[in-house]
Each structure stands twice: as C-alpha cells, then as structure tokens.
Ligand binder design. Structure first.
Ligand SMILES: Cc1ncc(COP(=O)(O)O)c(C=O)c1O
Length: 416
C-alpha cells in the first residue's frame, strides 16, 4: 500500500531524482536489442539459395503480391486465406498510408472520396498517434469515440455511422490495442464487421492487427475473425486488414501485410504496380525460413523478455499509486503499451515534471487526434526498450511526479 508522503517529503524525493541526472526513455514502443537478437539468424539463413518454393528467383523483379511462403505467414498473422494477402515493403504503416491515399484520391472499389465536401474518420481514443498524423495529413477530419475494455464504444460509433453519417473511415487496433492493450470482444468485432452495411455511404474499416501474436501467456488470446463476419454481412470489400513482422523480427527490416477481398486487393495491386516493380522478395524468403511453423515459439521468446518489463511497470505503479485515486492504468496481457489515466488536468504537468528529472514520456495529448487530450489525463507508457532496472527507476519517478502534480492541483483548487 502507498504511504502518503508530506509535500516536503515529495519535494525532497523529487530533488534527489534531479540530482541523479537520469536519462530514461519510455516514449516509443521499440523492441529491445535483446529481442532483435532472436532474429539474427535472418543473416545468412538463405545460405546462397535464393529460390522460393515455386521456383521464383527472389533476387529478380516481379511478384507484386509477394512470394507464397511469406503470404502464408501474413495469412497466419491476419487469420485469413494466404491468397488474400499482399506482402510488401517493410512497414504496415506505409501500406496504411498507401491505402488511405488510394481510397482518398483514386478509389478502390468506390470512387475517390477526396471530392466529397467532408471526409471524417472515426478514431477510438486513446489511440495510435501515427494513425492520427497520417489521417490528418490527408485533411481528413477526425472524430473520437472512447475505448472501453472490450474495444471502442459501439453505441458512439453507430451514432456516427447511422444517425449522423459523415464518416468514411474507422481505425481499429483490435488486439492489444495501442495504447490500452485491450482486445476487442467477439461482439464488438461482429458489430464492426456489420457497420459498413449500415452506413449510408462507403465506410472502410482499417483493421490494424499490429499485435496479432504478441501475447505474454499461453494459450494466446483469440481475436474473433472480422473477415468471416464480413463475409456473412456482405461487407468484405470494406474491411482492410494490416499487420507486419516489425515486432516479430527486425523492426526496421521486416515485412508488411494487407488483406481484404479479392476485388480490393486487385485494386491495391494495380496501384502498387505504379510505385514498384516488386517487393524485396529476398527478405520475404529469409522471413519465411525464419518463421514458418515457428511463430508461436518465436513469440514466446519475446514474451520471456517483455512480460517481466510489464510486470515491473505494474509493480512500480502499485507501489507508488496503489490504493490512491490519483491514477488508474491498464494491465495488458500482450502488446507494447500500458495506458495510464491521471486525474483530469494533470498529464501535461506530470510529463513536464518527469522530463525535468530526466524521464522522457510520450508528449501529453499524443494518444488523441490533433494532440488534444480534452481531459489532459492520458499517459502512454512504452516499457519494451528500457531495461528492467531503468523501468523500475522511471516508474518510481513517474509515480512521484503524479503525486506531486496531484498535490499542486489540490493546492490550486483550495487556493493554498
Ligand atoms: C498499432 C500499430 N500499428 C502499426 C505500427 C507500425 O507498424 P510497422 O512497423 O509495420 O509500420 C505500430 C508501431 O508501433 C503500432 O503500434
């Protein structure tokens, strides 16, 4: 249980931290170097044999959808038929940008949206900052709906789609969501699959399953299959799934994946052909050799390093803030983030106080469109890159800053 400290004691601890000249960083969800080591066999794994199982010479041009063995890996991650997977590039974010650009300016199975007076995207919050930045860059207006522990608030989404139709896109991170860590319930997945059928105009669901196999425990959590539901509702053309091996192998040198219906994939492939003559199939073959039949085993190695870091975060938050009502936080069972909510009005101050003693946190507001957290309360903690020792120090310092900020707020409120 947290022992209440006096203002003087809190300030004294804060000064002690300042004198330590810390330089700790919990900002971005990057794999640690130890995690990257698990995939070092990628180097040299081909041993001079560059031919894919169907005889394709991976060193040469062509093969816009990717080689079949890597599309099988994409199919496993996205829980779909590998024939409905395009494997391309090293980043799913780049594919998302490409797809939104295509939807907006060229059209996939619909005409381009950019001529519409107003195009809005529904963004569950807190959410992934890069989705928001990408969306904003196309001049798309973002409207927020709250996240619950079961996924986005579906009542709020239905209002946007059915009662006040103006939204053409919906962002989803369905498993170990960034940053809350929640996995969408079966019923939420089913309702999302049905949404495009209810919408008065085309609604694309951008289903970013970045953390599909990033469970800490066995057996893994099963995410309902949105593509199966979509087939039932006749909405398959409106669900576009993404994933990648970024946090499975090398974050900067992995493989990105897209899935959707065949007509949508054909439209995407046609546009991809304007940009490239083919993906890096050599890297695809390397990844297929590393991961085929081994994804679970490989991800358990990651979990053995990542889970203890999340446990360190939980321990530190409990020690510093347990049994107080100053903050609440999520306890994810996988993924890369913990989402912490302070009392309203404190996040900016907490992040400033932390920065001043050498603990870098994601800027306040980053988990909301336009960097505006209306209640100024959400803080995203990304513990994977730091060591356990660093996490322990950083979380201890963070909880101190939260208590200090809370004290300052109480004093302001009381005019003392
Ligand atoms: C939800 C989500 N999607 C996508 C990405 C980036 O994926 P990639 O490296 O495949 O571009 C991240 C990285 O943090 C993420 O959290």
């Amino acid at each position: 249980m947290t022992t209440p400290l006096t203002e003087k004691e809190l300030k004294k601890q804060y000064e002690t931290y300042r004198e330590m000249n810390l330089s700790l960083d919990l900002t971005r969800g990057k794999p640690s170097s130890d995690q990257l080591e698990f995939s070092n066999t990628l180097d040299g794994i081909l041993n001079g044999d560059y031919f894919a199982s169907d005889g394709t010479d991976t060193r040469n041009y062509g093969g816009l959808r990717g080689i079949s063995e890597i599309r099988s890996i994409g199919g496993e991650l996205l829980d779909v038929d590998p024939n409905l997977v395009i494997a391309g590039g090293n980043s799913s974010l780049q594919l998302m940008h490409f797809v939104v650009d295509s939807i907006m300016h060229y059209g996939l199975v619909e005409k381009a949206f950019s001529k519409e007076k107003l195009v809005k995207a529904i963004c569950p919050v807190p959410g992934y900052d890069r989705h928001f930045n990408l969306t904003q860059s196309f001049g798309i207006e973002m409207v927020t709906v709250p996240m619950t522990e079961f996924g986005p608030d579906m009542e709020a989404i239905e209002k946007r789609v059915v009662d006040q139709p103006s939204c053409y896109l919906l962002w989803c991170v369905p498993k170990f969501s960034n940053p809350t860590g929640c996995t969408y319930s079966d019923s939420v997945v089913k309702q999302i699959a049905e949404l495009p059928a209810k919408s008065k105009h085309p609604l694309y669901v951008l289903w970013d399953n970045a953390y599909a196999v990033h469970d800490f425990d066995s057996p893994p959590i099963k995410l309902a299959n949105i593509f199966d539901y979509a087939a039932d509702f006749g909405t398959a053309d409106k669900i576009i799934g993404f994933s990648s091996t970024s946090k499975i192998s090398f974050a900067g040198a992995g493989i990105g994946f897209i899935t959707s219906s065949e007509p949508v994939l054909e439209a995407i492939e046609k546009r991809l052909g304007l940009v490239t003559i083919g993906p890096d199939k050599v890297n695809q073959l390397r990844h297929a050799k590393l991961l085929t039949g081994r994804i679970r085993e490989h991800m358990q190695k990651h979990a053995s390093l990542v889970k203890p870091k999340f446990e360190a975060v939980e321990r530190g938050l409990q020690n510093g803030l347990g049994n107080t009502n100053v903050a609440s936080w999520t306890q994810p069972k996988g993924g890369y983030f913990v989402s912490l909510d302070t009392q309203p009005g404190l996040a900016k101050e907490v992040i400033d106080l932390s920065r001043n003693i050498g603990v870098a946190l994601t800027p306040a507001g980053a988990t909301f469109p336009y960097n505006e957290d209306p209640e100024d309360k959400n803080i995203r903690i990304a513990p994977t890159f730091a060591s356990i020792k660093e996490i322990e120090t950083a979380i201890d310092a963070l909880t101190l800053c939260i208590r200090l900020a809370d004290l300052n707020q109480v004093k302001d409120r009381n005019g003392t």
